[in-house]
Ligand binder design. Structure first.
Ligand code: GLP
Length: 260
């Protein structure tokens, strides 16, 4: 794992945007995986700025989102469809036919999940997968005890995750119980995983992810098995890492060709 600690979320997000932009400039037909939640919002703002001011071109890019709530129409304000179009897709020149987000209204959910996996495969796999992390260590919506080999499927949210999201829905009772999420096995196939974590509330989950055992109890820890997993943290999210000084030293002493 590559652990990059920056003073604040903005600086970490700008670095994430540079990594994404480099991928798109090297391959205009790149396949990007996007996440929702509050964490990636500064990254999306920076990508929008790069599109508007620096001509970053998304017209040939394909995108896959990690997850969606079951039962929410794309027009529902709390759906991940709505969030992605409001925060990113509606503000860059991505082609709508190349945007893939799990369908929360699918009638045959297992068939829709199989089709989602097939679409990722047909697109040639995901080049860079953006990830956030839940306070319980989930990525996508792969809650603790998710199979480390799981594929896109329906999951049931934990009480903790529903509480974490209650404020956005105006009450915990309004947060759906079920979601569709890419699996941990699906995520592991992305060529690069870029996990962003900001704030004290994420510090314990980050420490377990990086320095704890690989365990289904901390789904993000499966990234220890990935060949190119980059964690971009602010100081607060890094505050419980035992070896933070070592990660800082590695980061500060990279040879030029290895700099992120
Ligand atoms: C939800 C999303 C995750 C996200 C997590 C953390 O569970 N499905 O993809 O990483 O929330 O959200 P936030 O970034 O708002 O803390």
């Amino acid at each position: 794992m590559e652990i990059l600690i920056r003073p604040d979320a903005d600086q970490a997000s700008r670095l994430a945007a540079r990594i994404v932009a480099r991928t798109v400039r090297q391959n205009p037909r790149a396949v990007l995986g996007f996440a929702t939640g509050q964490t990636p919002l500064p990254l999306y703002r920076e990508l929008v700025r790069m599109h508007r001011e620096d001509g970053l071109d998304f017209s040939a890019v394909t995108s896959f989102n990690l997850d969606e709530y079951v039962g929410l129409a794309p027009s529902h304000p709390q759906s991940y469809h709505a969030a992605m179009w409001a925060n990113l897709f509606g503000r860059i020149n991505i082609a709508p036919e190349r945007v893939f987000i799990p369908d929360g209204l699918a009638v045959d959910i297992p068939a829709a999940c199989r089709a989602y996996e097939e679409s990722i495969r047909k697109a040639g796999g995901i080049d860079v997968q953006i990830l956030g992390i839940g306070t319980d260590g989930h990525i996508g919506f792969n809650e603790p005890t998710s199979s480390l080999a799981s594929r896109t499927r329906i999951k049931t949210l934990t009480a903790q995750t529903r509480r974490d999201n209650a404020e956005f829905f105006g009450g915990e009772y309004k947060v759906p119980h079920h979601v569709i999420t890419m699996g941990l096995g699906t995520i592991l196939e992305a060529r690069t995983c870029l996990l962003l974590a900001f704030g004290k509330t994420k510090a314990a989950a980050v420490a377990k992810t990086v320095e704890g055992p690989v365990t289904a109890m901390v789904p993000a820890s499966v990234l220890q098995l990935h060949q190119r997993a980059i964690l971009l943290l602010d100081e607060d999210a890094a505050s419980e890492l035992e070896r933070a000084d070592y990660y800082r030293f590695v980061d500060a002493n990279k040879p030029d060709w290895q700099k992120p």
